[in-house]
Structures are given as C-alpha cells and as structure tokens.
Design a protein around this ligand. Sequence first.
Ligand SMILES: Nc1ncnc2c1ncn2[C@@H]1O[C@H](COP(=O)(O)OP(=O)(O)OP(=O)(O)O)[C@@H](O)[C@H]1O
Ligand SMILES: [Mg+2]
Length: 440
Amino acid sequence: MSLLSRLQNDQVVSPVITKEAATSRYLDIVYRIHREIIREMGQESLNNRKREDIESKIRGISDTIFESEYDNLPRSEREVILNQVIDEVLAYGPLSPLLRDDSISEIMVNGPKQVFVERRGKIEKVKVVFRDNLHLHTVIERIISPLGRRLDESSPMVDARLPDGSRVNAIIPPLAINGCVLTIRKFSKNLLKTADLIRNNTMSSHMAKFLEACVKGRMSMIVSGGTGAGKTSTLNIISGFIPHDERIITIEDSAELVLNQEHVVTLETRPSNIDNRGEVSIRDLVRNSLRMRPDRIVVGEVRGGEALDMLQAMNTGHDGSLSTAHANSPRDMLSRLETMVLMAGMEMPMKAIREQIASAIDFIVHQSRMSDGTRKITHITEVVGMETDIITLQDIFIFDQTGIDERGRVQGRHRATGIKPKCLDKLKTAGIIIPDEFFA
Ligand SMILES: Nc1ncnc2c1ncn2[C@@H]1O[C@H](COP(=O)(O)OP(=O)(O)OP(=O)(O)O)[C@@H](O)[C@H]1O
Ligand SMILES: [Mg+2]
C-alpha cells in the first residue's frame, strides 16, 4: 500500500492534525527536531527502518529536546509538534494534513509560502508554509519518485497520478517564476452518484432521467464546461447509464473514470520518455480502440486532433460515445470542436467540419461552477442539424438563475424550455419513451 493511501486511511499517523495546528506556529521547533533526527539517524537508516521503529525514535528525540529546551510547552502542544515532525520525516511534511482532510478536494501550492485549497467548491488560502523552495521540492520529489517520475532541469514539468487516483502536476523554476508549483486534484473517495447530483441541485430528477434515456438510446454526448466544473464527474455518472451488455472502452490521460459495468477496457495515454519518444496520445488510443470492437467509446477529455477521430467514429457506427471538453457554453463548444478538428491537420472546408459535428453529436451537456462554488448543469442542449452554414442548437433543459441571496448563494431553478427534443422519435424506435410532461 502506498504511503499516501496509508496516510489517507489514517492507519498510520495517529491523531489527525487540525487545521489550526497545521500552521506555521511551531515550524522552527519542528525543523529543529527534524534536523536532530537526521543527524542522529541519518537519511539512510530512515529509509530502511520499520515505521514503528522510526516513530518511537522520533518520540524519544523529541522528548529530549522538549525537556531541555521547551520545558514549559504544554503536553497538547507537544503532541501537535510531534505529529508535524512525523509528517516531516515519514509523510509529505506540511502537505500531509491537507492530504488527509477529506473536505479538501484540491491543493494548490504556489511556491513555498502560499498554499490554497478548494473546500466545498470554494478556494481558500491556508496557513500552511514550507521552509523554502528546496523543502517544497523535496516534498514533491517524495510524491512523484515512487511513481518513477522525476523533476529536474531536463524535465521541469510532471503530470502524474497517485496510486489512489489523485492527479498531480508539478512545475518548477525557471518555468515557474515564484518557486515550485504543485497542484493536486484529490481523488474523491465518495464518488458522486446521480442521487448526489440531484440532491445538491446540480441537475433536476427529470434531467437525470432524460440523460439516462439518451445514453440508453445511444445518443452521442459531450459534457462541456470550465476547469473543475465537474465534467469528469458528470461523464462518470452518465457513462454509468450504459447498459451492462455493451463493451465499453475508456480512454483517458490519467484514468479517473470508475465504471461499474463488467465489460470495460480502460486505456491510458503515456507521456514521451526522456528522449522525447514513445508517446502514446489520446488520438492514438482512439484510433486503436476502433479496432477493439467497442460498443461505446468514452474519452475522458478531447483537447486536440482526436476530436476528428471521435467525430468520425460517432458517424460510423460508434454512436452513443461520450466525452468532455473545455468550453464556456454549448455554442462555444461547437467552435472549440471546429478548432480541435483543424488541429488534426487535415485540409477540410469549414462546412464539412460543421457537418461532421452536427451529424455526430446529439447533445451538449454544459456544466458550470457557480459563484457560490456549487456545480450546475446549466444546459442540456440538442444539436439539431445544419441551417445553411450554421449548426442549429436547441436548449431542452436550462438553469434559470434568478439572483443571489444575502449569503451569496445562487438562487434559481432548473426547468424545461418547453421544446420537445428531436431525438424523441429515435428514442421511441429504441423502445424508450419519455413522458411529454418532462418537456412542458
Ligand atoms: N455536481 C457536483 N457537485 C459538487 N461537487 C462536484 C460536482 N461535480 C464535481 N464536483 C467536485 O469538483 C471537483 C472537480 O470535479 P471534476 O474533476 O469532475 O471536474 P472537471 O471539470 O472534470 O475538472 P478538469 O477541468 O480539471 O478536468 C471534484 O473535487 C469533484 O468532487
Ligand atoms: Mg476532468
């Protein structure tokens, strides 16, 4: 079991350090004891000993220092410091309490003296600091080196996935001007489910039922939205609606999707090695997947030329495929797709590209992170077809924002627009009936 997952399971380090304790109050004492431990035990022996041995050794050394230099520190405070020392020696230093805290979904370290986290959708600054940039660099190394990755002048940017599914990105000077920058998207242990999204008003129950019908009826869909809007979470949920007797191939940069169906093949890209060779891109995997007899292809995110391969797949019998992409609105999603298709490097007239898009994609599900940190599916928009050179869209469900209450919470409701989707006939042929009142 990895250190991180042990840490997160809380099996090892005894009491969870409170947010308050994770501040810089006692950093000097922590570092003083840490230095002493390294001096007495040496890094080598730290790496090779059993955890329990090291912990009891740390206790011994700390007690001696407390008695001789800080004898007026109360017991409770000593315990706090001791835990910070244990984190320093055996875990990820100042990051450890943040990694253990399940209410934190994202950790953003902007150089040694500035750390932000995202909690319940809101970004806040925390009082966590590193001694200096070298300290931060050491912690980052400790995170990525067990994954076989390194971070130095020749590879100053690293993207990695921890064994527990968390996503890590690190970039160091001189590319990052103010010191090492580390971003961790923590893997949520409680994967969001349809019921959660209805309960927290990400969507209405009618919208959920409609999306389920669309997936079952093999509509091809793209979940669009900004960074951290919840696209992957929503993709995960709607992929869950794919019937169990279909063969699903998922393609991702770092495997985030967790599907419960039995027949799932998971593919993950590979970055190039030190000599810039051996890269396997999303596009390579999409192409390869077509030779793997998929019923459905689920692509974690389309960003470039793979969009063309996806569209072609959707247009040639692999309908019902699903993906996400970055965009500010359903309409913006269309222009992003055009750009991505152009990135494939094929000479294609714009009209032909638009025709591909219009016939491949049935629905755009647009999700936003609202000003109060909540996530909402703001549009379920049907791609209707082409009118002269323009792709026509119609909103089927939208979120109607009416205002913001005195506590900053977004007010409004999800509603049908009154337009009946064009796909109803196709769904009906597949034996899927949606009551008319859904769209009233
Ligand atoms: N509907 C939701 N309600 C509340 N929290 C959500 C919801 N969807 C996602 N989240 C939380 O938001 C964070 C980002 O979610 P997710 O990874 O799905 O977003 P994303 O749009 O795919 O991000 P990225 O742009 O980085 O790929 C996660 O911590 C997740 O738990
Ligand atoms: Mg995502």
